[in-house]
Design a protein around this ligand. Structure first.
Ligand code: GDG
Length: 459
């Protein structure tokens, strides 16, 4: 059986992965079913440009990691990856910082990854690369003579081609993407946008076979919505406070990121309390917003905006024994997540744009099927394509946000159960297992179809 080589910018060791959740858990799940290893950055910043990779084993899991230098961290990670690609792919061109030096360091780090990874690759390996930090990695690996199947999965959304072609190096990025055998995206919308981008940047064309021809290569682009380990979340047995209890919790869990629509959510919550005074004292919005990428300016701005908004709403509506917004600027321990989800009457996740949004799936999987809570989800989260039985709202439309929340809080039990049944079956069927194996199988096939490739490498 082929080994699976997973590559992502950051490698999390297994103990921490079960804390971190999301992508790292999905990567570990996929690796548990194949031999192989996970390659990437160890999270350390060191001066040495040429540290050797370090291999470590934890049970059946193997990781191989390298450090980054301070220049790599600033210009590759904070710079090109998170101040150019992240905002532009989320259609926030206004926040992109096109600084000189970012792109060349981005390529340098990808070359460094390729130089350390190539000697570890065996002829039958299947290579699966994750996320926007590593667009050029397949092209760089091919320069080292690697002919194995190489797939790429993008966890973030693909903004409109008009935004992407504003990136000064957009042709290089399109060329780099064309070196993969398979590109997996979260939604059909993303697939359309990426094909459009390849057409506009490098005259890519859609072949009758459904494959894409670009830069003298043929590749597959498909939709592989990422899933969660739904069984893990279904084990909660905690009971929600009864309808007659004093307050119902509305839960929000989002990294503190400007894409997550948190100011819009807080403003809508303020308007809800204004318009429906009968709900005051009966609900609390508990918003967890653990910090990320704090040295990027746009992230510091969002933090102070939220502090001032929550303060204003609590000051306006709060009482001696009731605080409407419980805003917590640190992570909730993973072992507590499912109980918090299950005991919350509503989950309110309203990103302005999101690749998928795993929180919405985790909430569904944690519910009591006989007395489920209600998911209120942004129509601009990738998850909305699959979870259309949630209450879908437009985060830019404050009235729609207010009405969506009201509908969720007042929804009769029959409707809650009917919606939950449909949501839960989607979340269970397209779980992390299904995601990993569907992508892997499609990659093996795509590798075989690539002309002259898919044969064992001769290195
Ligand atoms: C990217 C894409 C895509 C969050 N806060 C806490 C916490 N989390 C966990 C959640 C969930 C994960 O982190 C977050 O995943 P999301 O999907 O919601 O969002 P991103 O971090 O932006 O992830 C996204 C994803 O990649 C996968 O492809 O869905 O669109 O942006 O698992 O539970 N976990 C704990 N405490 C927290 O406070 N323990």
């Amino acid at each position: 059986m082929s080994r699976l080589v997973m590559v992502s910018n950051r490698v999390i060791d297994f103990g921490a992965a079960s804390q971190a959740g999301g992508v790292s858990v999905a990567i570990y799940d996929a690796l548990a079913r194949h031999s192989g290893f996970w390659f990437g950055w160890n999270g350390q910043v060191e001066d040495n440009e040429d540290s050797d990779p370090v291999m470590s084993r934890d049970g059946s899991h193997t990781t191989v990691t390298i450090p980054l230098t301070a220049a790599d961290y600033n210009d590759f990670y904070l710079g090109y990856s998170n101040s150019v690609l992240w905002p532009v792919f989320h259609n926030r061109l206004d926040l992109a910082q096109f600084e000189a030096g970012y792109y060349s360091r981005y390529v340098t780090v990808n070359k460094k990854f390729a130089a350390h990874l190539a000697p570890l690759i065996e002829p039958a390996d299947v290579i699966w690369i994750h996320d926007y930090h590593l667009f050029p990695l397949a092209l760089e690996l091919r320069k080292h003579g690697i002919e194995n199947p190489i797939g790429f999965f993008l966890h973030i959304p693909v903004g409109p081609a008009q935004a992407l072609i504003a990136i000064p190096e957009h042709r290089e990025i399109a060329r780099a993407l064309s070196a993969y055998d398979l590109i997996g995206l979260q939604t059909h919308r993303d697939v359309r946008n990426l094909i459009d981008f390849l057409q506009q940047s490098v005259y890519g064309s859609l072949l009758p076979s459904g494959r894409i021809r670009a830069c003298d290569s043929e590749l597959d682009i498909g939709c592989f919505p990422v899933g969660i380990d739904s069984n893990d979340f279904a084990t909660s047995t905690v009971e929600r406070d009864s309808e007659s209890s004093e307050t119902s919790r509305i839960i929000g869990i989002d990294r503190l990121d400007y894409t997550k629509g948190l100011p819009q959510k807080f403003r809508a919550f303020g308007q809800f309390l204004e318009e429906f005074p009968e709900h005051r004292r009966r609900i609390v919005l508990s918003q967890f917003a653990p910090p990320t990428r704090e040295s990027v300016e746009a992230y510091a701005d969002i933090r102070s905006e939220l502090e001032s908004l929550s303060g204003a709403i609590n000051g306006r509506f709060g009482e001696l024994d009731w605080v409407p917004i419980n805003y917590i600027h640190r992570p909730i321990p993973r072992r507590e997540l499912r109980d918090v989800y299950r005991s919350s009457r509503v989950c309110w996740v309203t990103p302005l744009m999101d690749g998928m949004n795993l929180v919405s799936k985790e909430y569904v999987a944690s519910q009591d099927p006989e007395d489920p809570g209600v998911l209120v989800l942004s129509k601009f989260a990738g998850a909305a394509e699959q979870l259309s039985d949630g209450v879908l709202v437009n985060p830019y439309d404050r009235n729609d946000m207010v009405q969506g929340l009201r509908r969720a809080l007042e929804m009769p039990i029959d409707e809650r159960v009917a919606r939950h049944d449909k949501l839960a079956s989607v979340v269970c069927q397209s779980d992390s297992n299904a995601w990993g194996s569907t992508f892997f199988n499609a990659l093996v096939k795509a590798g075989k179809r690539r002309t002259g490739r898919g044969q064992p490498s001769q290195r």
